[in-house]
Ligand binder design. Structure first.
Ligand SMILES: Cc1ncc(COP(=O)(O)O)c(C=O)c1O
Length: 352
């Protein structure tokens, strides 16, 4: 068999290793579990799983449209927001075309682009933040899609409303700008972009969101995209009919009503963030202020070594060398008990 040429560049995704019984602070999941209202909806739905799911996700679209103040034809649902990245590349990328993103960002943008025969160009960051002027500089006449993770994974940093507005004003309207807001619900910063109003102005903006993080439904795989009816129509051409399973749709409907769980999750995240910042400061470790539910921190030791030592002691984090640093790890903010254990182990690292 002859593998397609562009696939030679793709290395299969290797999920983080997990030790039996270890506390997982490696994938930015919700340490409080899943929304109880989502679980209730799943239970109520179980005797209906012999039916195919609603391929249009109609009920969920109605609820999301109301929540976001948009119309239903501006929505597309995916098997995780990861799948919507594939729709985007499937609709707009082919050989000879490229996409643009930043260094040190979410790897699936590159995967989707290469899968459909395109190439990816990376802009340099400034202080581990997306530098939108650098993105503007590397765009060329073959660029079709620009991917911006906001807040960014793994740095936790974000681009501001004024940076994004200036950027959009300089982008030709045939290029799609994807703002991946997987962590948007955690953001408290007042200069964070209000993309839902920006997007009334720009037809070439697509916003991605997910039920994986705040609502604790990562295992069910459900996310959504918000864009102009034209873009959403293009994306629907690449979607297989039953991409979002019925249990995930039921769970998402329940989760959207779970204000109590959302409040609890955000409280735990904020308290955990403040605790970790305090501890990192006390240990003199460099870290980046995060607008999300994880923090990138330099431990002063090779990140793979830190990963192995912590995993042996029962905590998994993500070792992630970024922008020339080899000692950076990304830790998900856990429950206070989990955070305290992580800090105890960090203090016990050799040389600390
Ligand atoms: C920036 C970013 N986008 C998208 C995703 C994928 O989310 P989903 O679980 O909805 O596919 C993640 C998951 O970690 C992420 O960090």
């Amino acid at each position: 068999m002859k593998l397609r040429k562009n696939l030679e560049q793709i290395k299969p995704y290797i999920a983080g290793k997990l030790k039996e019984g270890a506390i997982k602070l490696a994938s930015n999941e919700n340490p409080s579990g899943s929304s109880p209202k989502a679980i209730e909806s799943i239970r109520e739905f179980l005797d209906k799983v012999y039916l195919y799911p609603d391929s249009r996700c109609a009920e969920l679209k109605t609820k999301l449209a109301r929540k976001c103040g948009i119309s239903e034809e501006m929505l597309i649902l995916g098997n995780g927001s990861d799948e919507i990245l594939l729709f985007i590349a499937g609709a707009y990328i082919e050989q000879g075309r490229n996409a643009v993103t930043s260094e040190a960002t979410f790897s699936e943008y590159t995967f989707a682009t290469i899968l459909f025969g395109g190439s990816m160009k990376y802009a340099k960051m400034t202080d581990l933040r997306y530098d939108l002027d650098n993105l503007l500089r590397i765009i060329d006449e073959n660029t079709q899609v620009i991917f911006i993770a906001n807040p960014n994974n793994p740095t936790g940093t974000y681009v501001t409303q004024s940076e994004l507005t200036h950027f959009m004003g300089n982008i030709p309207d045939y290029m799609l700008v994807v703002i991946d807001e997987a962590y948007v619900e955690y953001v408290k910063e007042s200069d964070f972009p209000d993309t839902l109003s920006l997007f009334q102005q720009y037809n070439n903006l697509l916003i991605l969101r997910t039920f994986s993080k705040l609502y604790g439904l990562a295992g069910l795989r459900i996310g959504y995209g918000i864009g102009s009816p034209q873009v959403i129509g293009d994306l629907h051409k690449t979607k297989e009919p039953f991409n979002v399973n019925a249990v995930a749709q039921a769970a998402a409907l329940g989760a959207l009503d779970d204000h109590e769980f959302v409040e609890k999750t955000l409280k735990i995240n904020q308290a955990g963030k403040e605790y970790l910042y305090r501890e990192f400061d006390a240990m003199n470790l460099q870290y980046w202020k995060s607008a999300a539910n994880f923090i990138l921190v330099r431990t002063g030791m090779d990140c793979m070594k830190v990963f192995n030592i912590l995993m042996d002691q029962g905590v998994t984090i993500r070792p992630l060398p970024v922008c020339g640093y080899t000692d950076t790890i990304r830790v998900t903010i856990g429950t206070m008990e989990q955070n305290e254990l992580f800090i105890r182990l960090l203090k016990d690292l050799p040389g600390k």
